[in-house]
Design a protein around this ligand. Structure first.
Ligand SMILES: Cc1cc2nc3c(=O)[nH]c(=O)nc-3n(C[C@H](O)[C@H](O)[C@H](O)COP(=O)(O)OP(=O)(O)OC[C@H]3O[C@@H](n4cnc5c(N)ncnc54)[C@H](O)[C@@H]3O)c2cc1C
Length: 324
């Protein structure tokens, strides 16, 4: 039998956005709880080095995550880990019910969803072993580590083609490996890629294995031509995988406005189409997804949630209804 808990704000996910929102709700003296299915840190825990967070020229992802959490806790944030949120719904009385996998229900007048997203993996041997050691899912984040290297990109959509072109700013050579003989990316992006002398297409080919140099870094890929079945090795020191990114928006997808990819739509205050329900970070429909944008979103969301709660209390004090 699940338990019921009551808070002023429930924050779903303890990545950079969730932890930043928790810091701000703490500073606003709100009773907030952060529910995290794993450990606090989000994608920072899968990031070796962060070199683009202002104030830290270079910092380990795990170290930045710890600093975010310590900072939030200092202002009174409560974290509950190992709890997966299954769904968030608004009741007729204006309160939200956040239901977890253990059957517990968290009741609150405001919810901030910061559940992030997950890059789709290739699922081949060596991929996870070398993640952060040559295998990456983020060109803006990791491109600069591959200055003058020969690297490969996997994928055929807009993200793969755009990022392959971007990566030639650093890499001396970028192979683009695609399963088919035609790219899905828009024609203009394809044209830019094909005209770039630093790129070379490898068509009809799948990556079967990521191999290392014996010292923990990537040094080659095992490839298979899907038409001829021929195998070969490609010497590269980096592999960027862009075969999709899934926002973790399933917990509200049925009833909250989202784009065709599943990213949650918000207004400028990070509020969704449901009053009192805010979204911040990687699962929000927006131009780019970085730690800086996640914490920026979260700052706005937490302050907007505080204002929403105050307006709600004021309405109740004046004898008006609280259900918004
Ligand atoms: C490999 C890699 C390297 C990167 N490097 C950089 C970099 O160098 N610089 C940079 O600025 N950005 C980098 N990024 C992007 C950056 O990590 C993200 O933009 C940022 O982490 C987004 O923060 P977030 O809080 O929105 O989401 P996330 O970091 O994804 O955190 C979401 C959290 O929510 C939790 N969660 C999800 N669903 C549920 C649920 N149902 N119940 C409970 N908890 C849930 C997850 O476990 C996770 O902890 C990188 C990303 C990747 C993948």
């Amino acid at each position: 039998m699940g338990q019921n808990f009551e808070h002023e704000v429930v924050i779903v996910g303890a990545g950079p956005a969730g932890m930043c929102a928790a810091m701000y709700t703490g500073r606003a003296m709100l009773d907030a709880v952060v529910l995290e299915r794993g450990f606090p840190g989000g994608e920072l825990l899968n990031t070796e080095l962060v070199e683009d967070y202002p104030g830290f020229e270079t910092i380990l992802g795990s170290e930045l995550a710890q600093k975010f959490q310590d900072h939030a806790v200092k202002f009174g944030a409560a974290f509950k880990t190992g709890i997966t949120v299954d769904g968030v719904r608004k009741r007729a009385d204006g309160m939200f019910e956040t239901v977890t996998d253990s059957g517990d229900t968290y009741v609150s007048p405001a919810v901030i969803i910061t559940a992030g997203g997950t890059p789709v993996k290739l699922g081949v041997p060596g991929e996870l072993e070398y993640a952060g050691k040559g295998v990456s899912y983020c060109a803006i984040c990791d491109g600069a580590f591959f200055r003058n290297h020969t690297i490969a990109v996997v994928g055929g959509g807009d993200a793969a083609v755009e990022e392959a072109d971007f990566l030639t700013r650093y890499a001396s050579k970028v192979y683009v490996i695609h399963r088919r003989h035609e790219l899905r990316a828009s024609k203009i992006l394809q044209q830019r890629l094909f005209e770039n002398p630093k790129t070379e297409m490898i068509w009809d080919t799948a990556v079967e294995k990521v191999e290392g140099d014996g010292q923990g870094l990537v040094n080659s890929l095992q490839l298979r031509n899907l038409k001829t079945n021929a195998q070969r090795n490609l010497a590269v020191t980096g592999l960027f995988v862009f075969i999709g990114f899934k926002p973790n928006s399933g917990i509200v997808k049925g009833h909250v406005d989202h784009d065709e990819m599943g990213y949650i739509k918000t207004d400028v205050n990070m509020q969704t189409n449901i009053p009192g329900l805010f979204a911040a970070g990687d699962l929000r429909a927006q131009l780019t997804r970085q730690v800086t944008t996640a914490v920026g979103d979260a700052t706005t969301a937490a302050i907007a949630a505080e204002k929403y709660l105050k307006a709600r209390k004021d309405r109740a004090a004046q004898g008006g209804g609280v259900a918004a």
